[in-house]
Write a protein that binds this ligand. Structure first.
Ligand SMILES: [Zn+2]
Length: 201
């Protein structure tokens, strides 16, 4: 399944677009990932991929829903998550657009450690296949944006330090991969290290 279906309790407050300084770093990274088609749009016209950056304990900025097809995003394409509770499947956001339907999965990752400040979700057939074949961490066959996905993320990081292995493949979400880090740059570098392995495989 691909982004676009929202399945959780949504408290969305429509406000002014976000200010540029709230998404400057995300947008800079997003341009590179869009150029690599790791964020983009399927042949069927469905957008995929999203990026978020932590703002506070329960707060982060994330790309808006169904923005994958856009080469360049502006303030109206970003959402601010003001609060969330993944156990209650609750999320409160503001901005001019609703957040990505995978926002709560990002929230669960931020809950793993306060040192995590960036989450990247990309779609790539070659990386997805490579990670499954090479026994990377993976969520079982559950759909994105569900309680089961949250449980799976918590399960795979219940026995390991999340930042010691900050990437996993989503078996039930075709082509879906998540990478996270202490900041956007470190997450980006982890992604490129993996790309290098895929290219050399
Ligand atoms: Zn996805």
């Amino acid at each position: 399944m691909i982004d676009g279906v929202i399945k959780y309790t949504f408290d969305f407050q429509q406000t002014e677009p976000l200010k540029h300084e709230q998404f400057t770093e995300i947008e800079s990274l997003r341009k590179r990932l869009f150029a690599l088609n790791l964020i983009g749009v399927t042949d069927e016209g469905i957008g995929f991929g999203n990026i978020s950056q932590r703002v506070g304990r329960d707060s982060f900025v994330i790309t808006g829903t169904q923005t994958g097809h856009l080469a360049k995003l502006q303030g109206e394409h970003y959402a601010l998550i003001e609060a969330y509770n993944d156990k209650e499947f609750y999320l409160k956001s503001s901005g001019a657009i609703k957040p990505s339907s995978e926002a709560l999965t990002h929230g669960t990752i931020y809950n793993l450690s306060f040192d995590i400040s960036a989450v990247i979700h990309i779609h790539s057939k070659v990386i997805w296949n490579f990670m499954l074949k090479n026994n990377y961490l993976k969520t079982e066959d559950v759909a994105y944006g569900t309680k089961e996905m949250i449980d799976e993320v918590n399960r795979i990081f219940s026995t390991i330090e999340p930042l010691s292995n900050p990437k996993f493949v989503m078996l039930g979400h075709e082509d879906g991969v998540i990478i996270f880090g202490t900041d956007l740059l470190s997450a980006e570098l982890i992604l490129y290290e993996m790309l290098k392995k895929v290219v050399n495989a």
